[in-house]
Structure formats: C-alpha cells, structure tokens
Design a protein around this ligand. Structure first.
Ligand SMILES: *[C@@H]1O[C@H](CO)[C@@H](O)[C@H](O)[C@H]1NC(C)=O
Length: 501
C-alpha cells in the first residue's frame, strides 16, 4: 500500500463533528481519495457522546473560563458517592438536538441509505413549568400542538381555545397569500407582541407558542417564529401518530456523525483519530502535472499532500453562548412519557420549558431567559433502565449556572409532586458553557472552514447547505459523472458494511 505521505489526497477533512462527517458521507461513493483526521481520540467533535469516564476526562480538559473564545468552557462535574451504575452504562451527548420529521437531514440520510444504521426514537410531549403559587404547587402543563390536543385540553378556557385554533390554522399555511399580508408588515417584530395583537392570545398561550419555537433567548421574531412553528406542526404525524420530531438512539447526532464516517471508511477513506493539523503550507509546484496545492503537517509529524482541506472552526467569533447542565437522576420521570395519542410509539424524549422569570437563584434573582430541559428515558440508551438523563440549557450569563441548578431541582420537585425542591436530586451532573455559530461556510482558495455548530435545540437545516457547499468545492470541476449530492444507488445486496465490519 502506498504510504499516506506518498498518496495524492483529493481532500483532507479535519474533525469528525456532524458537518465534517456528513461531508464524508456525501463523498463516500465519489471515488475521491479522502484522509479524515481528528485531534480528539473520539468521533463526533462537538456532537460527541461520552461514557462517564470519558465525560470526566473531557470536563478536565474544558475547565478554563472560555475567555479565549474556545468552543466549550467552564466544565465541572459533580457526582454522588452511590447510585451510579457501571460508568460505561451511560452515553451523555454534548449537544443533543431534536430532529424534526420534516427536516432535510432525515431525507438526506434516507437517500444516502445511511439511515439503516440509525434507530430513530420519538420525541413526545412538550411541557411548560408552572411555578408554585399560593393556590397550587409547582406543576407541568402539556402544550397542545394539534387540533385534537387543543380540543381535549381541559386547562384552556373555551375562548382561548378558539384563538389558539385560529392561530394554528394560520401557521399551517402562513407562507401563502393572503396570510403573508397579515405578517409581512411585522416580519422582524417580536412574536409574542404579534400573537397578542393579531390573535388575542393571552400571556399563557403566548408562552406555549414561544416554547414550541425552542428559542434559546425567547426573543424570536415573527418570521423565524412562524417558520419554526410551521416546521413543528407539519412534522407532526409524518412518521407516525403523536410526534413531530425524532432523536437517534445512543447519543443523538453523535450517531449520525459516526454513521457518516463509517460510510466513508467503507468507501475507502482513511481515518486517523488523535491526529490534528499542525501546519498548512501552499506546496511549491515544481511539476505542473501535480494538482496538489496544500502540504499539511500533522501533529504526528507526518506530511501529506492534498488538493483541498475542509476543517471546522475552533474559535468562536460569534457572541452566542449558552450554559448547559446535564444530569443523571434516579427520580421517577416516567409520568412525562405517558402516551397521549392512540397508536403512537412510546416517546424516549420529552421537552420541558421554564419561561423567563419562572425560576430564581438562591439570591432571589429571577431567570432572564427561558430554560429548556430535554428529558431522556433509558430507551435512548443513554442511561440504565430506571434512570433518566436531563439536558438543561439557557443563555449564558453570570447567574446561568445557579438558574440551571434551580430549574433542575424545581423540575424534580414538580414531577414528584413535592413542594420543596430537594437540594441534590441527581447522581451525576456535568456543567459547561458552549459557544455557537451561524451556519455559513468560509472558503479561502482551496480551504473551507465550517462554522461552529449552532446551539439550537432542534437541528437547523441550513447546516446542510454548508455541507453541500463544501461538497461542491471538493467535487470542483471534476464532477463529470454528474453525481447528485447525497443520492446513492443501493449497492448489491445492500450490505454496504461487510468490508468494514
Ligand atoms: C437556521 O439558521 C439560519 C441561519 O443562521 C437562520 O436564519 C434560521 O432562522 C434558522 N432556522 C431555524 C428554524 O432556527
């Protein structure tokens, strides 16, 4: 076999996060010479999923405060002495996201045949946290998101139901005339104001709708809000009754990334983990015949030649920063996973939103932004049976850590029906901050750089546009076969992976 240094690579891909891995998948049948490296010794980059020892080690490496603009910062682990099962029985996702059934990601995985290796689980109900009042203790109320749901909901007064129905009907067809006339003049206004003025939705219903947008700061514009709620409503029922989104078993997008890399490996790509890029130089072209124009020195001192380089960005330039708290609990959360629709699959993930102002720190400062909790049952394969993993997020600020801790204990208290939040409801907790980017590919000559992944709670399809742009760059003028992006014929027998396994 030719040595790696002697090989003329068509592309070197650095990092095995979702974007790079989808690119690897897209190129997997292209016949290109692909060298895929990752400085980490695990797959998945910012979308990785970890066992507890791996999470501990990762946290150790990401303790710094992040003022240098690093993607992850401020990591901290807390664990109880007992209660944890074997540390390998956990798979904690660094950046879990729901995938709406109508997302292009799902259809691209289907077209590429890669979906066969992924088990998609249903995302069930969305809840809103209702803080305790003089009259009642804290509770969770389920957000109705279909007509049937609204009809059967007993918590919403009849008049409000009519307004809500009118709004849901509007959203289903919001992007055609004459409905566009209603919202176009308000495109960039805040959605809650629009909901109040145009649909007479009260503040409770407004927060239901805002929750469905999963907006991290809760300040979503009319255009973005209508777009995301439309995505939610039209995704409902696509893969079966009662759910609008899916989540890949065993760690979410980390599974998708691994499937992408695996497909590329089957197609002949060479993988090197624990190997990063030290230097990139423009190669001196002594011989006009060689197309190589980059000389890359790897961290293992090997030098390789390639026509193109695609990498992920390592530093944040964007201001978007969120705080995350991932907790493993033995508290019984099974009531959140009860079936609401006949014939629906049992959900493995539910969403709980804490509207801005609904939780406060010990010092009495109330939350300025919403907090979201994705609650995962053991069906996700992320924890042993009888336990749950809760992924909380909120916009980063000076008090976000204590807000997340308070939201966590309030959530446990609300589910257990206790008034008092127990101080330490969880057996393992991992806290950290993450910076996010906006999807846009930076192309500089023969190098393309993916942005930091956005910190959204639902997968944003515009990431796929950046992947396709990178694919176009790599395919360059050489796409004579007229290969279609992510469209593969079934290989004989459909057993793609025999060579790999
Ligand atoms: C996806 O990202 C684009 C680009 O940042 C943004 O304009 C759009 O609003 C996002 N879409 C959703 C549904 O969040």
């Amino acid at each position: 076999m030719e040595s790696l240094s002697d090989t003329q690579w068509d592309v070197v891909i650095s990092g095995t996060g979702l974007q790079q891995s989808l690119l690897a998948l897209a190129l997997s049948r292209s016949g290109k010479n692909i060298l895929h490296v990752d400085p980490n010794d695990y797959y998945g980059g910012p979308e990785a999923a970890f066992s507890l020892p791996e999470a501990d080690e990762w946290a150790e490496r990401h303790r710094a405060d992040g003022r240098d603009g690093s993607l992850f910062a401020g990591a901290e682990v807390k664990r109880e002495a007992d209660g944890l099962a074997s540390p390998r029985a956990y798979t904690l996702a660094l950046a879990p996201q729901l995938i709406h059934s109508r997302s292009k990601l799902v259809s691209q995985l289907v077209d590429s045949k890669a979906f066969r290796h992924i088990e998609f689980l249903a995302v069930g109900s969305f809840f809103i946290y209702q803080p305790p009042s003089e009259a009642s203790s804290a509770s969770l109320s389920r957000i109705p998101s279909t007509r049937e749901d609204v009809f059967s909901n007993t918590a919403i007064p009849a008049r409000s139901k009519r307004s809500l129905m009118k709004f849901l009907k509007f959203v289903l067809d919001f992007d055609s005339e004459p409905r566009t006339d209603v919202w176009h003049p308000h495109t960039d206004e805040p959605l809650d104001v629009f909901l109040a003025s145009q649909f007479k939705l009260d503040s409770a219903l407004q927060s239901y709708i805002i929750t469905l947008t999963l907006s991290q700061d809760g300040k979503v514009s009319v255009k973005d809000g209508l777009t995301t709620i439309h995505r939610h409503l039209t995704s409902m029922g696509v893969f079966g009754p009662g759910f609008a989104a899916v989540y890949p078993k065993w760690g979410g997008l980390s599974e998708v990334a691994q499937v992408g890399c695996r497909a590329a490996a089957v197609g002949g790509a060479v993988y090197m983990l624990g190997t990063g890029i030290k230097h990139v130089r423009k190669a001196q072209s002594e011989d006009a015949q060689t197309e190589a124009n980059l000389e890359i020195e790897l961290t293992n001192d090997m030098v390789v030649n390639t026509k193109r380089l695609v990498k992920g960005s390592e530093q944040s330039t964007a201001s978007q920063r969120i705080s995350r708290l991932t907790a493993v609990t033995k508290s019984d959360f099974s009531s959140l996973f009860e079936l609401q629709t006949e014939g629906a699959p049992i959900p493995a993930v539910t969403v709980v939103a804490f509207p801005a102002g609904s939780v406060s720190t010990e010092e009495g400062k109330s939350s300025e932004y919403p907090v979201y909790a994705l609650v995962h049952s053991s069906d996700t394969g992320e924890c042993p049976s009888g336990q749950f993993v809760i992924y909380l997020t909120t916009v980063h600020d000076a008090s976000s850590k204590s807000i997340l801790e308070k939201a966590l204990s309030s959530l446990v208290a609300a589910v257990q029906g206790d008034d008092e939040a127990s101080p330490s409801p969880c057996i393992y907790q991992l806290y950290y901050d993450q910076c996010g980017g906006t999807p846009s590919l930076v192309v500089d000559d023969s190098t393309a750089t993916f942005p930091l992944p956005p910190v959204d709670l639902a997968f944003n399809d515009s990431i796929l546009d950046t992947v396709q742009e990178a694919w176009n760059m790599v395919m360059g003028g050489s796409n004579e076969e007229g290969d279609e992006y992510m469209k593969f014929d079934d290989r004989e027998g459909g057993n793609d992976d025999d060579a790999f396994d």
